[in-house]
Design a protein around this ligand. Sequence first.
Ligand SMILES: [Zn+2]
Length: 400
Amino acid sequence: MKLLQYCLLTASIALVVTSNAQTKKQDTDKKIGCVTIEPFGFNAFDTANPRGLADNYYLWDNGKTLVVKFMNTGNSKYKELVKKYAKEWEQYANLKFQFVESGDAQIRVLLTSGDGGGHYTRGLGIQLLNYPQSEFNLHLDTSDFVSPDAAYRTIVHEFGHAIGLMHEHMSPVSGVKWDKTAVYARYKLLQGWNKEMVDAQLFVKYNTSYANGTKYDPKSIMHYPISRWETTDGYYVDWNSSISEGDKNIVKALYPKGTRTNEVPRFSVTNFSKMDIEKSNVKNGVSFYPSFTISTAGKEGRVIYLTVFYDEEGNPVSTTSKDFNFSGLAATNKSTVLLPGQKIEVNKGKHDLELFIPYSEIPQSISNKKVSARFFVFLTDKEEFKKLYVSDAVACNMVK
Ligand SMILES: [Zn+2]
């Protein structure tokens, strides 16, 4: 694996610690319509070159019917708008949205009114599966539906993320000449975003290798508006309130009527329920048994199951160990290749995946202390390194 990937991975793991606090700041966003919250971190720290416009690794199966449910009673007028506008995508993508009143759903919409939450999806496409059925994964604040256009562009934009589309202004070929100093200052003042956050939401430039044959499209419904003050040459983009020709082309390529051509491993982790931790004086170390389900589609791919240790302050622990070291961090991992079309229950009922670390390899700084551990799942495929899942911190008593 490349050194760059390791460096980014370290940043990614370190960032998990602060992502909750930053998510709260994201929630204050009203001005630009939407922030896509990648589960447990930001796209900026995912090396996956998430295409010009869509992340192929997070696409749903082509032809799939996505079940959608509202998580609250909400205003029936707005519910009808959501149903109507979400289905706009059905004209171009080989997908269907089926709205249900109860039971399990892949897309779970929370409608609020002026809660300050703004509009966002908790990830792209199949990343929405990372969250338990009891939680929403698409948030809409209906107090912003001040005109038919505003409601339309907001709903269509968010459902665009739900099918895997990314922000168009991050297109690697946009050529937007950002006035970065002005943008950093403005977003810090308005929304409390730090530089990292602004970089992640506006300035990340993705690799062109998976642009899915499309060009930069300033008319895209997935484009933020850009004000003149945000660019050095006065370039601006107004609110876009319709699905553009470019949008139609990309979703037709991603979800064609026939067979999808640009297929990749598309794996998702669900049902993480717990991580059993067992200390053994016979094995002379600690065993971790994360319990989850992994579903595979698309193509075969390699996954890495990883447990990383965090100190009492919640920071990842550095190590000099040779074998229990992931990107300089104290960790234990296993890697395996999975074929597509599987649904594998791991450590459900019986222990069938063990991540072990000997006492001798646990860094002195956390030896005999009460610390915590997080479970990660990564997918590696060619040059790509995708974060599939990160658990909450699990208490981990290292006292022998
Ligand atoms: Zn968005």
